[in-house]
Design a binder for this molecule. Sequence first.
Ligand SMILES: Nc1ncnc2c1ncn2[C@@H]1O[C@H](COP(=O)(O)OP(=O)(O)O)[C@@H](O)[C@H]1O
Ligand SMILES: [Mg+2]
Length: 233
Amino acid sequence: MSVIRFCGVKKSFDSSVVLDGLSFEVENGEILAIVGPSGTGKSVTLKHIVGLLEPDEGTVEVEGDPRIGYLFQSGALLAWLTVYENVALPLKETTRLKDKEIDAAVMDALRMVGLEDSADKYPGELSGGMQKRAGLARAIVRRADIVLYDEPTSGLDPVTALSIHRLIKKLNSEQGVTSIVVTHDIQGALNLADRIMLLKDGKAVAALKASEFASSDNPTVREFLTAMKGELK
Ligand SMILES: Nc1ncnc2c1ncn2[C@@H]1O[C@H](COP(=O)(O)OP(=O)(O)O)[C@@H](O)[C@H]1O
Ligand SMILES: [Mg+2]
C-alpha cells in the first residue's frame, strides 16, 4: 500500500522549472532513497510532502494523517537551546503532554541515537555527527510514522555515516518507520534502501529495487553510476 503519491507534479521558481511532471509512490514501511545531481529538486520534493511547498500542477497525496519527522539538510538545531530542549520542542509545540511524559519521550529518542549523556550540552559543543544525531532525535521524538531524511550523512566521516545509516535501518525495522532518504552517498543508498529513485530533469528516471539499480541498463542510471564511480566500492 502506498502512503505517499506524487502525480505529475510540476514546480517552478520564477522561470526555472525544477519539478517537471514528477510521479512516484512510496510504499508503507519501505526505505526509499532519492538520488540525483545537486540542484535537481530533491529537497524541493521532500518539502512538498510536508506542505512547505505546493505544486504548481499535479498532486501530492499523503495517506491518512501520519506524523512526519523531517531531518533538515541544514540540521536546524537552535543554538541557544540544549540538546534536550531542542528535542523536546516538537512535543511542546504540538502536543499537550505533561512534563513527565515529555521527559520520557525525549530521553527515549536520545537513547535511540546514543546521545543520552549529551542532553544538557548545546549544539555548538557537539561534533557534526552528534548534531545530525540530535536532529534525528528531534525528527523521531513524536513517534513519527514517516521520516524524511535530507542528506543525513553529508559532511560526516564514513564511520559516523555508517552509524546514521544503522539508525535509519533500526527505526525502519523496529518501529516500522516509512523512510525517504535523500542522499549523495550512492554506496550508502545501495546498502540501505529497499528502492532507489533517480531524479533527473525534474522527473523520476527510474525507481528500482536497490539490487537492480546497480545493474540496470537504463542509460540515465548507467550515466549517473559512471559519474559516481569514484564513490562505489
Ligand atoms: N524557495 C525557493 N525559491 C527559489 N528557488 C528555489 C527554492 N527552493 C529551491 N529552489 C531552487 O530549486 C532547485 C532545486 O533545489 P533543491 O531541491 O534544493 O536541490 P537538491 O536536489 O540539491 O536538493 C535549485 O535550483 C534551487 O535553487
Ligand atoms: Mg538538497
